[in-house]
Design a protein around this ligand. Structure first.
Ligand code: DAH
Length: 337
């Protein structure tokens, strides 16, 4: 109650003040021994809910007074510019109202997924976007002239026979296995590139998150468990999973995973094309040839791998219908996340 009065008092005070008065009030509340600073210092005596509530109110107050100060400064500068039209000092900063930003939805998904996998004991790693043929294809059991390369619509680098922009994050599997001996358990998020024309669900640059675990006695059941837990945590719901047989060169057996449509609960709607299921990722058991290419003992170790399309899973979570919205930088869209 006492604190609420302090906040009311603060907001009454900052109404209708000029720049100098606002600076004075800022010092009174946020200076070294300021009123809000004292409150923050005493918060350790209280429970988490109270700390969170007061902490966020003080943060808001700090931001609100800053916005006002910047506005006043801006007005002051405008008047100065008016007065000294011929003598404009451009080094005098024109501060615009300070606005809190937020994560881009793609960064937010990468952050959320990384936090989930970190809580399962996965390391978060990365790899280069410029790759060699070996890392992007050969080491992953995709030999030269294999027809599956056609699906990858690769951007090669002019003048370099061997260099390309990675078409998937799977080469991250190789980098992590080269760096560490088993057991390994890691995810590798990042940008990938394919020469695809852009439409509502394709873009020539997009994001994937690769996952891999290799150890003794890893089975398909471990893969199922980890994906089930992941889907549950990411969508905050217990959605059903369906494993459909599929084909990837670097996993055997390979499957694609569908989740029960989170828009119609599996009853069938426009988004899931009336099937009740939506595909979210590809996965499988790491192919022995991949283990061989990093000199892991393929008799002793087994593992699973998966690749998640970040744009796709973000569109599913937030009901976004066109992938291009992520790259247009329209603040009206971005501020919703
Ligand atoms: N790299 C695949 C792609 O871009 C996705 C993928 C499928 C990754 C299966 C995997 C996997 O690790 O096991 O289409």
């Amino acid at each position: 109650m006492k604190n609420n009065l302090i906040f009311d008092n603060f907001y009454n005070k900052i109404n209708d003040c000029d720049f100098t008065e606002l600076k004075k009030i800022q010092k009174e509340y946020f200076g070294k021994n300021g009123i809000f600073i004292q409150i923050l210092k005493s918060l350790h005596n209280y429970n988490d809910d109270y700390k969170k509530d007061i902490g966020s109110k003080i943060n808001k107050a700090k931001n609100d007074i800053l916005v006002k100060i910047n506005k006043e400064q801006y007005n002051k500068n405008c008047t100065n510019v008016e007065k000294n039209k011929n003598n404009f000092d451009c080094s005098e900063g024109l501060f615009f109202p300070f606005v809190n930003g937020n994560f881009h939805p793609i960064s937010k998904t990468i952050y959320d997924i990384s936090s989930i996998f970190k809580s399962f004991g996965f390391l978060v790693s990365d790899g280069p976007e410029l790759e060699t043929d070996w890392y992007n294809f050969e080491s992953l059991n995709i030999p030269k002239n294999h027809s599956v390369r056609d699906l990858h619509d690769t951007f090669y680098i002019d003048g370099y026979v061997d260099l390309l922009l990675r078409t998937h994050t799977s080469p991250g599997q190789i980098h992590i296995m080269e760096k560490h001996k088993p057991p390994i358990k890691a995810i590798i998020p990042g940008k990938v590139y394919r020469n695809e024309s852009s439409d509502s669900s394709h873009s020539s640059m997009f994001h994937q998150i690769e996952g891999i675990e290799v150890d003794e006695n890893i089975t398909f059941l471990d893969l199922k468990n980890v994906l089930f837990e992941f889907v549950h945590a990411f969508f905050s719901r217990n959605l059903k999973l369906r494993f459909r047989p599929s084909y990837f060169q670097f996993t055997e057996p390979s499957t694609e995973v569908d989740i029960q449509c989170n828009f119609c609960n599996g009853n069938g709607c426009k988004i899931c094309k009336n099937s009740g299921w939506i595909e979210i990722l590809g996965c499988g058991m790491v192919h022995p040839n991949v283990l061989k290419s990093v000199n892991y003992d393929k008799e002793k170790y087994t593992g699973y791998a998966f690749g998640i399309g970040v744009e796709r899973i973000t569109m599913l979570k937030y009901d976004v219908s066109d992938v291009r919205l992520f790259y247009e930088n329209d603040l009206r869209f971005l501020k919703q996340f």
